[in-house]
Design a protein around this ligand. Structure first.
Ligand code: ZN
Length: 144
């Protein structure tokens, strides 16, 4: 049984959400420092990617491992809640499905899509290298 009151539960969820904001800030800070121009939360785009690089036709999602159910075996953040299991399973499965559809839709419109996972920002410096490589790729095609 779920022992949390609804307000305590929403406080918990809000805490998880705001925790999820930090990785996005880390990514923004890096690309800003590198001088890339980008827009935030592309509202005209399916899935509202966290960062949009219009001239590079590239979008970046910074995914919280819990909300987007990171499937890496190395992920230490992803989990399934112990209470309300059926509710969470369905909700999280919908998130994963929506993410897949969003990525496919963006790619079919010619966008390149990179997903950066929350845990990789905390545990692995490689994400920054991957991101810069991803962004530079298109520059080669648009030398201006
Ligand atoms: Zn993860």
């Amino acid at each position: 049984m779920d022992k949390l009151t609804p307000s305590a539960r929403s406080r918990n969820m809000a805490a998880i959400r705001s925790k999820g904001m930090k990785p996005e800030m880390a990514v923004r800070r890096l690309v800003h420092r590198m001088g890339f121009r980008f827009r935030l939360h592309g509202h005209g785009l399916v899935g509202k990617p966290d960062l949009v690089f219009p001239s590079r036709r590239a979008v970046v999602f910074v995914h919280g491992c819990f909300w987007h159910q990171h499937s890496s075996r190395n992920c230490k953040i992803v989990r399934v809640p112990k209470s309300n299991l059926r509710y969470w399973r369905a909700k999280l499965a919908r998130n994963v499905e929506r993410d897949q559809l969003n990525r496919a839709a963006l790619r079919s419109l010619g966008w390149r899509v990179l997903v950066i996972w929350e845990c990789s920002i905390e545990n692995d410096r490689g994400w920054a290298k991957r991101l810069l490589k991803f962004l530079d790729l298109q520059q080669a095609f648009h030398p201006s």
